[in-house]
Design a protein around this ligand. Sequence first.
Ligand code: AMP
Length: 284
Amino acid sequence: MQVISSPEQVQSFLLRQKQNGQTIGVVPTMGALHQGHLSLVQRARQESTLVVATIFVNPTQFGPGEDFEQYPRTLQDDLQQCEQAGADLVFTPKTDEMYGADAQTFVRVTELTQRLEGAHRPTHFEGVTTIVAKLFNITVPTIACFGQKDYQQQLIIRQMVKDLNFGVKIVTCPIIREADGLALSSRNRYLSETERNRALVLNRALRNAGQQAEGGVSPAQIAVEMQRRIHDEEGVELEYAVVADERTLQPVCEDTDSAVALVAARVGKTRLIDNAILRFPSTP
Ligand code: AMP
């Protein structure tokens, strides 16, 4: 497995590989890797002949007062895990190699970014789409794998790819969870044992939402019940819990076959998100 930090070197190497007929599968990450990230590398391995993971804690997707400085950086461990999961190349750029001092170009998706995560983290998605666009230009992927864990993010990236003709196939991979249901996240390591137990309410609320949907409870009622459960958990501060259209993220109020339930909450100082697809009984 190669590890390269120079964008120019990675780009010229991968362009050559692509010309030689390789299909390139890219997995963008911020490091502090866990089984969720590795499942994306494994998926890329299945779907492409050359697998590239990128590790870059991207400053532009953190807002003021967020955890950019504290974000866990575990590069040596990450590299070992990438190799075991089947990566051929890991791209580990430095911040000043990705953002020149005179950088003045940003990529913004206008509508999907307004709600949910975007409402709570107003500059976040512009940072995400800008870095992902840059990573795509550098790594020239045939496919790129993203996690359903960041549901809104993968929708926004799909929109960007379509709008800007990137010609990359986006693959969305299932959420990997701990045995007790907690969605894996690099930020879980901030949680104390008590907080970790409290955080389980997110998955419990989503699982209950799934059961209610199957039982024919309305989307609006399901949202209210998720909000109640999360709000009532001690030490957990609800940011949102909604039942939304899977493509537009607009709230779903009427009968539908399926929808996505999305939740965000703070557990102590740690902000967590999770989601689940809901299936409703088909209406006669
Ligand atoms: P991050 O390093 O947090 O930016 O995440 C990099 C990629 O891993 C994103 O596409 C995430 O959606 C994905 N990811 C993070 N956590 C999980 C998880 N528990 N299961 C599946 N994918 C995940």
